[in-house]
Design a binder for this molecule. Structure first.
Ligand SMILES: Nc1ncnc2c1ncn2[C@@H]1O[C@H](COP(=O)(O)OP(=O)(O)OP(=O)(O)O)[C@@H](O)[C@H]1O
Ligand SMILES: [Mg+2]
Length: 277
């Protein structure tokens, strides 16, 4: 396996976060399996504070499965995951619970409750995890909706708003508890290019306003090159990672054909004209 590392401090440096902090997320020798079927083995990568980290790879390679491991919905077959230098995989239930509360998650399916209004959807985690009064919860829900451009839509049901608006409402719910880490599974899937770009801008703005780290599954190249400063590439053929680091640097420096093919949609990379001349 050949892996490639980003040399840049990226967003972490831009955010002024200290370099001597432990990585926000560290994945060590992770093997993921469904029963006897080993999906990925020997995953090793780190995510720094303030990074926008993208999980890349072809459909079915295991991106959503990796996300499930990161948020504690699945247990590693081998290896471990650390948050801020603390072993999450080996932690006792109470400690894990405390870590999980610092996460905001937007699943691939969006998954708002259709029988609840937007304000009720966003209030759900607040009711579950805080001692706030119903009135305070309603106020925070309104604030979060305003942050994603849905001011005034508190009493709408998910079926009464567009798909793009549902995505943003899902985002509002993911940030309800002011998370330290935001996990998104293909947030822009099904959106038109302009809505998709606006969602990217929103993700970056939320990252900055919350001071959060973002982990996002995506195979939308414009989105990857706009938001990401760090990544891992999962390869279905070899069942392991074949690249990591800043996608911009992978595009110019990777020697892995499947990584280049993915990052260029199979077209020659921008710096290769001479090679073809
Ligand atoms: N609950 C499950 N039980 C058994 N196998 C599963 C399960 N969920 C997923 N898989 C298998 O694991 C593989 C990876 O699935 P996963 O959903 O992680 O892929 P992905 O990279 O997110 O794909 P996509 O880009 O299409 O969302 C697939 O081959 C899938 O069939
Ligand atoms: Mg998936």
């Amino acid at each position: 396996m050949s892996t490639e590392n980003s040399a840049s401090g990226g967003a972490a440096a831009a955010n002024g976060t200290a370099n001597n902090r432990p990585p926000h997320i560290e994945v060590r020798d992770l093997t993921m399996a469904y029963g006897a079927f080993v999906l990925m083995r020997d995953l090793n990568f780190t995510v720094r504070h303030g990074d926008v980290f993208v999980i890349m790879g072809a459909s079915g390679c295991g991106k959503s499965t990796l996300l499930r491991h990161l948020i504690g919905l699945m247990e590693p077959t081998r290896g471990e995951i650390l948050y801020d230098g603390v072993n999450f995989t080996a932690a006792p239930p109470q400690e894990r619970e405390a870590t999980l509360r610092r996460f905001g998650v937007l699943y691939q399916s969006g998954a708002l409750w259709s029988s609840m209004t937007l304000a009720e959807n966003i209030g759900l985690p607040l009711g579950e995890f805080t001692d706030l009064s119903p009135r305070e919860i309603r106020e925070i829900a309104s604030l979060k909706l305003a942050l994603v451009g849905l001011k005034g839509f508190e009493d709408y049901y998910p079926s009464q708003i567009s798909g793009g608006m549902q995505k943003r409402a899902g985002l509002a719910r993911a940030i309800a508890l002011d998370p330290d880490i935001l996990f998104f599974d293909e947030p822009s899937a099904g959106l038109d290019p302009v809505s998709s770009r606006l969602l990217d801008e929103l993700i970056l703005a939320l990252r900055d306003s919350l001071g959060a780290t973002v982990v996002v599954v995506s195979h939308e190249l414009p989105s990857i090159f706009t938001i990401a400063n760090n990544s891992v590439f999962l390869d279905a053929e070899t069942h392991t990672m074949i690249a990591r680091g800043d996608p911009h640097e992978l595009l110019t420096h990777s020697t892995e054909p499947r990584v280049l093919e993915f990052l260029t949609r199979g077209e020659p990379p921008p710096n290769s004209e001479k090679a073809h001349g």
